[in-house]
Design a protein around this ligand. Structure first.
Ligand SMILES: Cc1cc2nc3c(=O)[nH]c(=O)nc-3n(C[C@H](O)[C@H](O)[C@H](O)COP(=O)(O)OP(=O)(O)OC[C@H]3O[C@@H](n4cnc5c(N)ncnc54)[C@H](O)[C@@H]3O)c2cc1C
Length: 404
């Protein structure tokens, strides 16, 4: 282990998105900053974001897109500020229905732009340095890594959550929090597919269909993907944190899928009656064509206990009600989630009640800050988690620069 004799104004633990944003802001303000990172490159996780395209923010920015055990109504509409920061790094943006990506459509553009800027600003970057401990010595801190000891006036934990371990993750942020007597909330994987052994998946595997997913009153709409061992896609990802926490309590329930969310129950019933009256000699399958994916129709008809070749003038009101019911309330038993490794974000983290919300500084330890995913804040799909990584870094930056 080598001794680093510099006394940094700030040492940031973790050179992910949040740590990099913070390092840039602090170094631009003239502070002596360093980053300690376990990977051999900075911002490794950024490369995998947005399916390799990096959805870094969203025009619809509001606290309602975030979850926490504490109130997070301090998250406001700062999307223009995020956009300006990214533009200032030289990254031209591209908007798709309010979702922002780099124009190159390559996440590596964002990672490289951040890396170029920290290098240009002279930030000391210690790669391949896994942080193993943080201690406070008098008014300053010592960050211990696998290679050296780093001394700093202020320490910022930006080490992320437990998701996608292969991209670089560790429990160090939570360990540091516990060492400094800060509470942790329970952790669960979020933005992840759900697992299921439900028999219907034998027939639905491979289907992608628009619909609404309801898990115990948490409702989300979008394209649902059915696989042989589970269900995923945007709406499932968005409600997956609730499944994740239920998995901890062994209380995972069913999702109820509305395959025809574009039409009300009464209107759907009227639509079926209309179709059946117009073509009374059609089979039930012929009659339902176009309402939703044909595999879904097959499954729904079989759940309604009707043979696919039944002529529709043979159906009675109860049959029609059953078809409508299964199209609008199709229940799939879940067993859990695909776990932290398959998840995009970790729900839960360092309890905000022990953190000063304005500065993100530990209430009981001046000079110790937390930023990004390590905190108990998680967003839905759509650029909200990278936005939180930015927003939280910006809070820490504003507080530190006000103080020095
Ligand atoms: C596949 C995937 C796709 C995603 N897509 C999107 C998207 O399109 N939009 C969006 O908003 N969000 C997306 N996310 C979520 C987003 O990437 C994270 O929420 C965000 O990166 C969190 O930023 P962070 O800086 O807090 O943590 P991270 O980016 O995880 O950075 C933490 C850093 O700390 C380092 N570290 C950890 N432990 C140690 C240690 N002991 N010592 C030293 N360093 C350590 C890690 O190696 C890492 O570099 C995605 C996530 C995944 C996995």
């Amino acid at each position: 282990m080598t001794e680093n004799n510099k006394l940094y104004d700030v040492c940031i633990i973790g050179a992910g998105y949040s740590g990099l944003v913070l390092a840039i802001k602090l170094a631009r303000a003239g502070l002596l900053v360093c980053l300690a990172e376990l990977n051999r490159i900075v911002g490794r996780r950024i490369l995998s974001t947005g399916n390799g395209r990096c959805n870094f923010t969203n025009r619809r920015m509001d606290a309602k897109y975030y979850y926490s055990n504490s109130k997070v109504d301090f998250i406001d509409d700062n999307f223009q500020e995020i956009l300006d920061f990214i533009k200032d790094l030289g990254v031209v943006e591209r908007e798709l229905d309010g979702y922002y990506y780099p124009i190159t459509n390559q996440a590596k553009t964002v990672r490289e732009a951040l890396e170029n800027e920290v290098n240009a600003l002279g930030v000391d970057i210690f790669l391949d340095n896994r942080v193993t401990d943080l201690s406070k010595v008098g008014e300053s801190f010592t960050v211990t890594t696998t290679r050296q000891e780093i001394h700093c006036k202020k320490a910022v934990v930006a080490s992320g959550g437990l998701s996608a371990a292969t991209l670089g993750s560790s429990k160090i942020g939570y360990k540091i929090a516990q060492k400094f007597d800060l509470k942790l909330t329970r952790l669960a994987p979020s933005l992840v597919g759900a697992t299921s052994k439900d028999i219907c998946l034998k027939d639905l595997a491979g289907v992608r269909a628009l619909g609404t997913v309801d898990y115990k009153g948490n409702v989300c709409e979008g394209e649902i993907q059915f696989n042989k061992d589970g269900v995923s896609g945007y709406p499932v990802m968005c409600i997956s944190r609730f499944i994740g926490f239920d998995e901890l309590n062994k209380s995972v329930g069913n999702i109820v899928v509305d395959f025809c969310s574009y039409i009300s129950e009464d209107d759907l019933k009227a639509e079926l009656n209309n179709r059946f009256t117009k073509h009374p000699k059609a089979t039930i399958h012929q009659s339902l064509v176009g309402l939703c994916n044909e595999k879904i129709i097959e499954v729904v008809v079989s759940y309604a206990r009707i043979y696919g070749d039944t002529i529709v003038d043979k159906l009675d009101d109860e049959d029609i009600e059953n078809i409508v019911y299964y199209l609008k309330h199709f229940s799939i038993a879940l067993s859990g989630t695909k776990g932290f490794d398959a998840s995009q974000v970790t729900a839960g983290g360092v309890d905000l009640s022990d953190i000063n919300m304005d500065s993100l500084e530990a209430r009981n330890c001046p000079g110790l800050y937390f930023t990004g995913e390590v905190l108990d804040v998680d967003g839905i799909c759509g650029g909200y988690n990278l936005s939180w990584a930015y927003t939280s870094a910006d809070r820490v930056y504003k507080h530190i620069t006000k103080e020095v």
